[in-house]
Write a protein that binds this ligand. Structure first.
Ligand code: FES
Ligand code: FE2
Length: 419
């Protein structure tokens, strides 16, 4: 983060603490229709449009470290083989043989020079080309060059692997927008995979994700963990193009809460804000990541039907050299899991209550505006016309609220001058 951005953030933190109402130019947010959490029509639209057109996190290079290493990835509901090719690139293919559609891989991971279908032995190289088959003379007018594995778009941000099912989607870097640049100080290309685990949860996936998208709930749900360390009244939200968002809230002190239990090894290039604040990103559609100077978790939320979901936790950290990860990671992860449990255990109660006849719609505060911003962009990606009118979210947050625009800076100047 550059000096100007840091200066602006510090001004905005004081502005947030001093304001007595939402910013004058901030729009009134209409209620979010409750059906967006419970209506099968909206769930189906998410499946058909949102998950199909978004860049989705699919893995880390430590899972496929060498040429020939592969993993099967089915988290997004499609069977995909991700392979570290001899070219050094990572390729992704549907795990669907070009003959009669059998899988070419049935192991969760492994290492192979070529992928051979178990049904009749068609064999593909790491670029997906069909390079060998049994009894080729029995196929008339056969052109092997048209029978490659079907490729899926696969790009990397540092050591993270992303997949997109949409041939027309922008590239990953364009998708990330300003985030791609802001994340440079965290050296994603050098991060190691510290840990990876999944929790299956009894709530709609957005309930689980939204618990990590605002600080309004912190005093109620995390009184003894997050609340004691976070200066939530100085939290500054920003809204990036594409539905992404960021919060930055100063730590009251680095002696309590999460800041106290960080591992020792540092990513040296990490700047002042991430060292003294909670700097957490929401990457559209389903990633939340509070970045930090000694490594960080990436929380990734996936629907599992309409009323259940899966939360994946990817922990990334600086390279610790050979051997096991440093033992001080254990207390970091343990602490963080306590916080996650506070959110996720409550999520199943929210689910039950939202499924009642009594749940109609959601009025959001200015503090929770990143949730509104997310919903606006979800509608744009899905296609507003495809959404039943009663399930749409009006597009009331205009481009003047899209980063780097920020009407609060002018209001902060006026507020300070008046004091
Ligand atoms: S289905 Fe793969 S070789 Fe026949
Ligand atoms: Fe929370």
């Amino acid at each position: 983060m550059d000096a100007r951005e840091i200066r602006n953030l510090r001004v905005l933190m004081e502005y947030e603490a001093a304001r007595k109402a939402p910013p004058a130019s901030f729009p009134n947010l209409p209620d979010i229709p409750g059906g967006r959490y419970t209506d099968p029509r909206f769930h189906a639209l998410e499946k058909a449009e949102l998950w199909r057109k978004s860049w989705l996190i699919a893995g880390h290079m430590d899972e496929i470290p060498e040429a020939g290493s592969f993993k099967l990835w089915e988290t997004a509901g499609q069977p995909i083989v991700i392979i570290h090719a001899r070219s050094g690139q990572v390729n992704a293919f549907y795990n669907t043989c070009s003959h009669r559609g059998a899988p070419v891989v049935t192991d969760a991971s492994g290492k192979r020079a070529r992928l051979t279908c178990k049904y009749h032995g068609w064999t593909y190289d790491d670029e997906g080309a069909l390079v060998a088959m049994r009894d080729p003379e029995d196929f008339r007018d056969f052109d092997a060059s048209c029978r490659s594995l079907n490729r899926v778009r696969c790009e990397r941000y540092g050591s993270l692997i992303f997949i997109n099912f949409d041939a027309d989607a922008p590239g990953l870097i364009e998708w990330l927008g300003p985030i791609a640049n802001e994340w440079k100080e965290f050296q994603f290309d050098k991060t190691r995979l510290v840990d990876h685990y999944v929790w299956d949860l009894d709530s709609n996936w957005k309930i689980a994700m939204e618990a990590n998208t605002e600080v309004y709930h912190v005093k109620s749900i995390h009184p003894a963990t997050v609340a004691i360390g976070l200066d939530d009244r100085r939290n500054v939200n920003v809204f990036y193009p594409g539905g992404h968002g960021r919060m930055v809230a100063p730590n009251k002190t680095n002696d309590v809460g999460y800041a106290r239990v960080r591992p020792k090894l540092e990513i040296e290039t990490v700047g002042e804000i991430a060292r003294t604040c909670t700097q957490s990103y929401g990457v559209f559609p389903n990633i939340v990541t509070p970045l930090g100077p000694t490594g960080f978790p990436m929380l990734v939320f996936w629907p599992n039907g309409i009323n259940k979901c899966r939360m994946e936790v990817w922990w990334l950290g600086p390279d610790w050299g050979v051997g096991e990860r440093p033992s001080d990671w254990d207390q970091t992860i343990d602490f963080f899991n306590v916080v996650l449990e506070e959110d996720t255990l409550f999520g199943r109660w929210i689910q039950k209550s939202q499924e009642s006849y009594g749940f109609k719609s959601v009025p959001l505060s200015y503090q929770e505006a990143r949730i509104y911003h997310w919903n606006q962009w979800a509608d744009r990606l899905i296609g507003i016309e495809k959404i039943p009118p009663e399930l749409r979210v009006p597009q009331v947050m205009g481009d003047e609220w899209l980063y780097p625009n920020d009407p609060r800076l002018a209001e902060a100047g006026a507020l300070m001058a008046a004091e």
